[in-house]
Design a protein around this ligand. Structure first.
Ligand code: 0SG
Length: 231
């Protein structure tokens, strides 16, 4: 069975309200994915770099754990607000609107509104990466690399929010991106699945996932909650 289809996002209702609990359940599986596929390949890359260049402390050895804890931190922050009053915060929009009322001076750079602002960018990155793979976009000279797909996702979802230093860190991480075959195998929970069969699951997963990410972006636009500062 596919890791993605085990953790599918739910279909949105007609008003596109995103149920907070269902959303938190679905995104909670994302950080653990770093332990299976991305981390393994990165640790191998750093080990090789270390051997080759005798680097005592590989520059990027912590990049994926930083990303993992960043995403985890976003999720925990939203969950923390939700658990204070689940009946009040049924949808993500309930949370963002309540914070707008409660923290008018700092909003939207505050609380779960800020956490969701960043989380949605990571989710968009994953969406564009998966969509690009599902669409068969590839480097014809290196068809088992996913760098073109990762770069496309980064440029469209994250780059404009990153200053020079973080963009350089991305370049290091890019070279540690797993091979497509390993990436798809991890999505299939380690099973040997034909690429096309795995991509069928990816396309299926993307239906509700994309609708959810789009709805969060739409909400931020409608509430004028988007910020474009860089880190
Ligand atoms: C398969 C190969 C994958 C390659 C992936 C490369 C991805 C890009 C690498 C870039 C490394 C980014 C590392 C982290 C950067 C963070 O600084 C930024 C900004 O983080 C926010 O900063 C926090 O998330 C906020 O936390 S909050 O919950 O408390 O609100 C807050 O701290 C904010 C600053 O606050 S403020 O100054 O405004 O007060 N984070 C990002 O850029 C998001 C990165 C997401 C990457 C997703 C990659 C997914 C890969 C999936 C692979 C399947």
């Amino acid at each position: 069975m596919s890791l993605l289809l085990d953790n599918q996002f739910k279909e949105l209702p007609p008003d596109k309200a995103i149920d907070t609990k269902l959303f938190l359940d679905a995104v909670s599986h994302i950080p653990s994915f770093f332990g299976t596929c991305v981390m393994k390949s990165f640790i191998f890359y750093c080990f090789a770099l270390k051997c080759l260049l005798s680097l005592s402390d590989c520059l990027g050895s912590n990049v994926f754990s930083v990303i993992k804890s960043d995403i985890n931190g976003n999720i925990m922050k939203i969950k923390g607000v939700y658990l204070k009053d689940p009946a009040k915060y049924v949808s993500l929009q309930d949370i963002v609107e309540a914070e707008r009322e409660a923290h008018a001076a700092e909003w939207p750079k505050v609380g779960a509104t800020l956490a969701l602002m960043w989380l949605k960018r990571g989710l968009r990155f994953i969406q564009i990466l998966l969509q690009s793979l599902a669409d068969g976009e590839r480097d014809e000279n290196n068809p088992n690399l996913i760098r073109v797909n990762v770069t496309k996702a980064y440029e469209q979802a994250l780059k404009k929010y990153h200053g020079w230093i973080v963009q350089k860190i991305f370049n290091v991480a890019l070279h540690a991106a797993p091979y497509k075959s390993n990436f798809l195998k991890a999505l299939s929970k380690g099973e040997e699945v034909k690429e096309e069969d795995c991509l069928i699951n990816v396309r299926q997963f993307l239906v509700n996932y994309t609708a959810t990410v789009d709805a969060i972006y739409e909400m931020y636009t409608n509430l004028n909650a988007e910020l474009d500062y860089t880190v």
